[in-house]
Design a protein around this ligand. Structure first.
Ligand code: N01
Length: 554
């Protein structure tokens, strides 16, 4: 969509109460809330329009794996009553249209500068202000900076020898062209078998003359069972939205309303357990992992769910050798984000689709006309990298962020991200992260977590203004305790057993630390609310040179 509003002009003297980095769902709602409270704000967005991850991830088959009636803003009743989602899982163009509608409806674009990357964010201890430098050469100052940069917005291209010599078309699912891509009649290779690949492979297979899927690690996927939403289904949500939203925020660990399990997987006899798995498999979707309350805690319990999925794969895929390769065996189900698909496994029954097991036959190099593994040469006209993201910290790391004492955030996070509540990092006053590492973020319905963080941050800034306090900063001891708590909760689960992007394991050299907070969105919200109610316990408030005066709570 073309952006109609003129960019606000910059001059070196521009000052805002708040600079927000990113105009995805987090940045848009943050801007709206700041305006409601009378703060001046400027949003910088690298893309040409709003939408964040939904602006960049335009690959074939891209859609949300959280149901559309739940993957939507709750802050405006008119909005949730009036917007019509067409399908159970919204396709990417519809989510992007929704983001555009929200931007129009709340007049957001006039304070968003598009096509502009934030290069550096520097804290001036004398003025207690941040100086923000952007790719158009402008410099502005702000009292607060809020990073709404997204958890999965830094697409990662692996380093493979010969990549620059490939003469065909190259794509990355996380940075897909805006013009339509047509694979008709082409020999296409897809590298990766995560969520993005699993959504796009069935569609690409319908177009390509030949599709070769290069798989390093098989992934667990459950059927989406996508379907058009009926007017009655939409109305059932609309009539009950207050209670549905309350449950999502308070009762559900992951912010998605679903029936809650009352027992563990080993508490049921085999036949009962199988029926329960089958019921969730048949109804489809991410809630498969919610059949029992110990699937992410107990390896034996987890094995029952993993075996069930492996059996379904064996049923669907006709060639037993291919089925075996598609059956994940290297990690507990759910320890990597479970995928949600439409006909993924059945796609391997097509005569034009081939699966290459990179564990047995690794990629050697890319050639001008294709890809060479240790044993084979695959001729390709197009290569699709579905190789994921430098998740959670990647987009923050691209910005030079310099806090107190010339410390950069990258240096501070060299051994892994350190935050208090996933919201702030000690030494970086008045700098907030929305859904940052150390918060539930990617383990939850992102919009539930985004709204919670934005509301908390806006209230916090409002509190500071109302109390004539210039700054807020995480207390280092509180941060250390929180980091230890996040880690301890993760270690009590099966999640750290997978080489996942949750752990940073997909990026060579990245410290392997479980980044999101597993405690659940309800528990986490309560912790954040309690901290605020106690005068921002664990934060230092006020001018930093007089921390004792104002640190009533620490
Ligand atoms: O990325 P991934 P993604 N050679 O990191 C492989 C969200 N999402 O874009 O596992 C060969 O999961 C890698 O192999 P391995 C969702 O949260 C949501 O698919 O490292 N292969 C893996 O198979 C999701 O979890 C939706 O061995 C290489 C794949 O590439 C997250 O985004 C839709 C390789 C990367 O999988 C990321 O998903 C899509 C190499 N050098 C995504 N490097 C929704 O529906 C990497 N791989 C909302």
């Amino acid at each position: 969509m073309a952006v109609s509003q003129p960019h606000p002009s910059n001059s070196p003297s521009d000052h805002f109460d708040v600079v927000v980095v990113g105009a995805g769902f987090a940045g848009m709602y943050q801007l709206h809330r700041l305006r409601q409270r009378g703060f001046s704000a400027r949003v910088y967005e690298q893309g040409g329009d709003v939408g964040g991850t939904w602006y960049w991830n335009r690959y074939p088959g891209a859609r949300c794996d959280v149901e559309s009636m739940q993957y939507s803003y709750s802050f405006s009743d008119e909005l949730q009553q009036q917007w019509d989602w067409s399908e159970r899982y919204a396709p990417q163009p519809e989510i992007l249209a929704y983001a555009g509608h929200v931007a129009d409806r709340f007049g957001l674009r006039r304070d968003i500068q598009f096509n502009t990357r934030v290069g550096s964010v520097l804290f001036d201890e004398a003025t207690q202000r941040w100086t923000v430098t952007t790719s158009d050469g402008a410099r502005v100052t702000a009292q607060y900076v809020i990073l709404a940069t997204g958890c999965l917005s830094n697409a990662r291209m692996p380093e493979i020898d010969g990549l620059d010599r490939f003469e065909g078309q190259i794509y990355h699912t996380g940075n897909w062209p805006h013009a339509p891509v047509d694979f008709t009649g082409l020999r296409v290779g897809v590298i990766g078998t995560g969520s993005s690949a699993i959504q796009s492979i069935p569609i690409i297979a319908e177009q390509a003359s030949r599709l070769t899927v290069f798989q390093r690690t098989a992934n667990f996927s459950v059927p989406a069972r996508n379907a058009p939403l009926t007017a009655e289904e939409r109305q059932a949500f609309r009539d009950n939205y207050p209670e549905i939203r309350r449950k999502a925020r308070q009762d559900m660990r992951n912010g998605i309303v679903q029936p809650l399990p009352d027992r563990g997987a080993l508490d049921d006899p085999d036949a009962v357990r199988r029926d329960k798995y089958l019921a969730r498999w048949t109804s489809g979707g991410l809630t498969f992992m919610g059949v029992y309350n110990n699937l992410t805690l107990d390896r034996h319990a987890n094995d029952t769910a993993a075996d069930f999925i492996r059996e379904r794969i064996a049923e669907i895929v006709e060639d037993p050798k291919v089925a075996r390769l598609l059956q994940p065996d290297s990690h507990p189900v759910g320890s990597k984000r479970i995928c949600v698909d439409t006909d993924y496994y059945a796609t391997f029954n097509r005569p034009n689709v081939e699966l290459v097991d990179l564990r047995a036959d690794p990629i050697a190099c890319i050639l001008p006309d294709g890809l060479r593994t240790a044993n084979q040469h695959y001729k390709l006209d197009a290569l699709v990298f579905a190789t994921g993201f430098d998740a959670m910290t990647g987009s923050v790391a691209k910005i030079e962020i310099v806090g107190r004492g010339e410390m950069t955030l990258n240096r501070k996070w060299a051994e892994g991200p350190r935050t208090y509540l996933g919201l702030m990092s000690a030494g970086f006053p008045n700098l907030f992260v929305i859904t940052g590492p150390g918060s539930p973020s990617v383990l939850s319905n992102m919009i539930v977590s985004i709204e919670q963080h934005v509301d908390w941050i806006t209230d916090c800034i409002g509190y500071l203004r109302d109390n004539q306090l210039a700054s807020i900063e995480a207390n280092r001891e509180a941060e250390d305790r929180w980091v230890a708590h996040v880690n301890e909760v993760a270690q009590g689960t099966l999640y750290p057993q997978a080489n996942s992007w949750y752990m940073g394991a997909n990026i060579p050299g990245k410290p392997q630390i479980f980044m999101p907070y597993i405690g659940g969105v309800g528990v986490y919200r309560q912790i954040c609310d309690d901290v605020a109610a106690k005068g921002y316990e664990g934060f230092v408030l006020g001018a930093p040179e007089q921390p004792k005066q104002a640190a009533a709570s620490s």
